[in-house]
Design a protein. Structure first.
Length: 831
């Protein structure tokens, strides 16, 4: 199979390692250009832009004032107060905890005078923004001073020396006084850090004060201060401060430094607005795009699945405009009638689904409809007469079950009728439904991603292809900010596998994209920022390499390395339940040609329970609590065995868990009748191994179950029928993949060294001619797999580019520890 190539010629190696103790432990990479490859979707790499972690409000959206419309103490939509909490009808806690009348994100500084303030919940600037601030100055602050209300911004207001900022505020004098106001940035100690904008109220209604201030210094934790020098009562609403230099200098625009980091990734698509944000924790708090159109002061603010109120300042036009600016295809994720499954789901009654359907089709009309149509005309009024690029539409996010499926079909029917040419994405392989792609999400550990290089190799090609919409290492090994060197490398290995299976994986995006370092919603972001600074994690830089080095066609590539681990599985066995009561008997383990365990003679040695109510009745083991739990036993040295048992479901929602390979830090199980008793799937540490298969478990019936591991393959049988044959996940020490960039006529090779020592890569090429004598090599690596970038050290791990002689002169490239390399060289590809 493997032929060494004549092109392994003269001698130069590139040294991209830190230590000099390179072991001559060679890796051979066979780039087989004479074998057929797979076409790679030109829109493969995109971004998932969700309002989470204050990624949009307080981040990408340029607004610097937090709680600008004083709506933050307004209770969440669709929740009732129970004790101190706001709870949905299904019992989910919204996370809202502001007291009535309170003024989050603002401070009152009396500066020696006397004043009181509170939020009034009615008669704000307009009907969509009913709350406003009332300040009653009973004793002015005195000579040269003024009572001040000060906005703290999103963990500080950031000004850059010399930059200009557009300020807007609305005031209303309720005591008939003419209120002089001064608006400026201050350093928290009363020292001005910007020029001052002055204004006064006129008449009894709201007066808009608008102008520009310029920063005198760079400061990341300033306040925006409104000074009220005279006595009387004044109302304040909608206070805004934007950099004048937003992305493309658009009004109500985007923060240009964050936008640039996104643009540098050259995303081919933008999935928005969520995520869980779309589904919410009550039907009333689901994403309503119509909140986010029209004059920005009139946009309704709504409580968010991530425990803060979203302003919709970045609304439909702004999202679509951003896509256009990025030259990226929009991907609209629309609510499907089931609220978030992780937030005690609720369902829009089938008879009331028309608003859900309309919300989706109206958005599509807004985006691409004729400018004379009802919603297309609103886009035109907003200044974008031409339709935007055709979006993809995903109906629902992470929704499951028959309730979702029925609603999906209802939404799809109307969408397809009115917009038949749009690509539609479903949350999974919905039986008897129409869709073009399935959205799969993988949050897992570095070891899982490393072991899933071959994840899609055995994908059932008869199924619809996949959009891997959310991918990230989320376990502690990824570091506190996630996306460290180790996490990035493992994600890279998974992406190489996706590229190799480009006929299955059509699109992929990381999640979440953005995180304010002080505003995280319990999540990371590949782009981190505060009020002035930005930094990409190592994952950001590595994904950017994939975005910008996408081949058009894959080239089959074989790797031989001494360090590939054997494909075997060792560990104890066990049984389990997921929200089910079940019983098990006649359990045997056979390996090495011998029956090493038989429950009828050995009982349950070393049994350990985790969750559930387990009891043994003779040689039958039973879980009686309709709960989730496992019962494991046996010997952790058992390796590559056949486990057989009989199982019967007594009651409950799902089916059985059959545990194998259970040892410290690792547990496999076969989940039968999982996912609402709709599918069977193998998992390791709850991460999927191979694809799930449709199937259910009936109550009251004994099933024969068999799990065997042999010759690197896991085989699962139910009543004698093979349900899965999946390769044992293999963790290798090195990985390689290749493809061809047809426009640049370049071969693109990706290599990963996941070990802590440098490795020598030798190459053999076939089916390629006219090979150039130079190659560019881009390497991202670190001695320490835990290393990450930060706001203080944003460039600790970034890619380094060099040019080398190609083929490498001594036939080898030495790649340092914990490294990913992208090698590009010119060649003609004959296949
Ligand atoms: O990316 C963060 C969240 O993870 C998304 O909102 C959701 O789709 C998933 O559960």
């Amino acid at each position: 199979m493997f032929r060494s190539s004549a092109i392994l010629a003269t001698a130069v190696s590139i040294c991209v390692f830190a230590t000099s103790s390179v072991k001559a432990q060679d890796v051979t990479v066979n780039i087989q250009g004479d074998k057929p490859g797979r076409s790679v979707n030109k829109n493969m790499y995109g971004i998932f832009l969700e309002e989470i972690n204050h990624g949009v409000d307080g981040g990408l959206y340029g607004e610097m004032i937090a709680n600008r419309a004083f709506e933050d103490s307004r209770p969440p939509e669709g929740f009732k107060k129970v004790g101190e909490k706001w709870i949905s009808d299904a019992g989910w806690d919204s996370g809202f905890n502001a007291q009535p009348g309170s003024v989050p994100r603002w401070q009152l500084d009396q500066r020696g005078g006397k004043a009181e303030w509170w939020v009034v919940p009615v008669s704000g600037l307009n009907k969509n923004s009913p709350y406003h601030l009332r300040v009653n100055v009973t004793q002015p602050a005195g000579s040269g001073k003024a009572t001040a209300v000060r906005n703290t911004g999103f963990w500080g207001v950031g000004f850059r020396k010399g930059a200009s900022y557009k300020v807007v505020a609305h005031i209303r004098s309720t005591t008939g006084d003419v209120r002089n106001v001064r608006i400026l940035g201050d350093d928290r100690y009363g020292n001005a850090v910007t020029s001052t904008l002055t204004g006064k109220s006129s008449g009894n209604g709201w007066t808009r004060i608008e102008g520009t201030i310029t920063a005198k210094k760079t400061i990341d934790n300033a306040l925006l201060t409104i000074e009220l020098p005279t006595k009387g009562t004044v109302d304040i609403d909608y206070v805004s401060c934007f950099p004048v230099n937003t992305l493309n200098n658009r009004p109500n625009g985007l923060r240009s430094d964050i936008a640039k980091m996104i643009a540098d990734m050259k995303p081919a698509f933008v999935r928005f607005p969520g995520g869980c944000v779309v589904e919410g924790g009550s039907p009333e708090m689901t994403y309503r795009w119509k909140d986010g159109i029209g004059p920005v002061e009139e946009r309704y603010e709504r409580w968010n699945a991530w425990n803060y109120r979203r302003t919709h300042g970045m609304g439909a036009l702004e999202y679509l405009q951003f896509c256009e600016d990025l030259k990226a295809q929009p991907m609209w994720v629309g609510f499907a009638g089931q609220t978030c499954i992780y937030r005690n789901p609720q369902y829009v009654p089938l008879a009331s689904m028309s608003w859900v359907i309309d919300d989706n089709i109206d958005f599509l009309q807004y985006a691409i409809g004729d400018p004379t149509s009802e919603w297309g005309s609103k886009r035109a009024e907003a200044g974008h007469i031409a339709p935007f690029a055709n979006p993809l539409i995903e109906i629902g996010n992470e929704n499951v079950g028959p309730e979702y499926e029925t609603r999906y079909k209802m939404v799809y029917a109307q969408v397809h009728k009115l917009f038949p040419s749009l690509t539609t994405i479903a949350d999974y392989n919905i039986p008897n439904a129409e869709f073009d792609l399935i959205d799969e999400h993988y949050y897992n550990s570095p070891s899982w991603f490393f072991s899933q290089f071959n994840f899609y190799d055995n994908y059932d090609r008869k199924q619809r292809p996949v959009y891997v919409g959310e991918v990230a290492v989320t376990t502690p090994e990824g570091g506190p900010d996630k996306g460290n060197m180790l996490a990035a490398l493992s994600e890279g290995v998974f992406l190489m596998g996706c590229e190799n299976n480009a006929d299955v994986v059509k699109m992929v995006s990381y999640a979440p994209l953005l995180a304010h370092v002080n505003g995280r919603s319990g999540w990371h972001g590949m782009i981190m920022f505060d009020s002035l600074r930005t930094a990409g994690t190592v994952s950001y830089h590595l994904w950017k390499l994939f975005h910008t080095n996408r081949p058009d066609i894959t080239i089959p590539t074989a790797v031989k390395s001494a360090g590939t681990t054997a494909k075997s599985i060792a560990g104890k066995v066990g049984v389990g339940t997921w929200l089910t009561s079940s019983e098990y008997k006649d359990i045997t383990v056979v390996y090495g040609g011998k029956t090493v365990y038989d429950s009828n003679t050995n009982g349950f040695p070393g049994a350990k329970t985790e969750g559930g109510i387990w009891q043994t009745f003779g040689n039958v083991i039973r879980q009686t609590g309709n709960e989730t739990g496992t019962y494991t036993f046996g010997d952790s040295s058992w390796t590559d065995y056949t486990l057989k048992l009989k199982a019967r479901k007594i009651s409950g929602d799902e089916g059985f868990l059959v545990v194998f390979g259970d040892r410290t830090g690792q547990r496999y199980w076969w989940n039968l009748g999982g996912w609402n008793n709709r599918e069977h799937g193998i998992e390791r540490n709850r991460g999927p191994i191979g694809q799930r298969v449709g199937g259910r478990i009936e109550t009251g019936r004994w099933y024969d179950i068999e799990v065997s591991v042999a010759s690197g393959v896991i085989t699962c049988k139910l009543d004698g029928k093979v349900i899965h044959t999946v390769p044992v996940p293999e963790t290798s020490d090195v990985y390689a993949s290749s493809g061809y960039d047809t426009a640049k006529k370049e071969v693109v090779v990706k290599l990963v060294n996941s070990t802590s020592a440098p490795r020598n890569f030798g190459f053999s090429l076939s089916g390629l001619t006219g090979i150039s004598n130079k190659a560019t090599v881009t390497i991202i690596r670190s001695d320490d797999p835990q290393t990450n970038n930060s706001l203080l050290e944003p460039n600790k791990v970034v890619p380094a580019v060099s040019t080398i002689t190609w083929p490498p002169s001594n036939g080898k490239i030495t790649l340092g520890s914990n490294a990913l390399a992208v090698i590009r060289f010119k060649a003609r590809h004959t296949k």
